[in-house]
Write a protein that binds this ligand. Sequence first.
Ligand code: SF4
Length: 396
Amino acid sequence: MQTTPNANRKHIAIYGNTNSGKSSLLNAMVGQEVSLVSHVKGTTTDPVTKPMELIPFGAVVFIDTAGLNDTSELGEIRVKRSRKVLQRTDFAIYVMDGNEEDVISYEKTLHDFRKYNIPHMTVINKMDTLSAEELQALKAKHKNAIFVSSLKEQNILQLKDELIRRLSIGEVEETIIGDLVPANGKVILVVPVDSEAPKGRVILPQVQVLRDCLDHGIKSYVVRDSELASALEDMGKVDLVVTDSQAFHAVNQMVPSDIPLTGFSILYARYKGDLQALVDGVRQVENLQENAHILIAESCSHNHSHEDIGRVKIPKLLQAYTGKQLQFTFQMGHDFPEELSAYDMIIHCGSCMLNKKVMQTRIDTSLEEGVPITNYGVILAYMNRMLDRSLEIFQK
Ligand code: SF4
């Protein structure tokens, strides 16, 4: 993979009414035709995504959504899809046509931004078609808005600068492992290569942890579980062992108790979501009743090894652990149910293909509906009675 995965890019979504110029604004900002521009209302159907480097901020992905005021039959589906984008939006741009200030639609969308905790900015488009008086009146009303003409490419650079400034506010560097192990420290990454491992490659969470070690000057040794014992001898003092959750039991026995041990999915529970919420969620396993309904959510549909963990191993282990017959529903792919109250617990994968915002929204929604949520690594550590050990590294 030669580019930053979309899951690691800031998601900037462009909202606004149909024909306010969202698509032409995106095209002007990225300097190429990404979205189809038409004067016919409702031309943008599915949200269009465009990854780019927003220098000097970094990797972002722009999402051009359909108009939120489309009342046609097809429009309802488009609006629904655009609203779903809210769940993964890190920053929103609301585009308003300076000639059609639709206050109701604007306020409704700002309400959604607040609901999903999305920082945002307002862009008033088509300034080239406004008289000096109209421009002045709008400026008085929308003091923080940026006025542009996407058609004439007026103020596009100013808009980009302001976007970078606002994106950078409160921005802290996210790391998977870099704050847990000192630079020059030593880590062993345990990656079992069995029949379930994908042929010829290492899965994304493992690749990303390795890259994070390199970024932070952490020396890493990548081994299979079968070579772990000799790796421990080679390395002398080790600062941390990170293992695939499926090998928790065996690895826990091999790693001396004075060496911290955790799992890739537990690192991801913190990096992509909320480790404390997912740990609190797993403790509710003790309260599961006979026939409790469990949702297993996995964010990609073609991952062989994870399919086996989610569909087979976790259900089997959980029934054995609780001694109860449980009902399982499997949700594979990017979708997540809107209605969660039917479930007694949600067990999510490590979510390496999702951006942090999506996972946080899923956690927040689950908690609002009173449904405990945890992830694969946390529950496997819990059922192997090694959760406390796998959390020690975060308490140091
Ligand atoms: S199933 Fe989840 S954790 Fe596994 S590769 Fe897919 S998104 Fe990542």
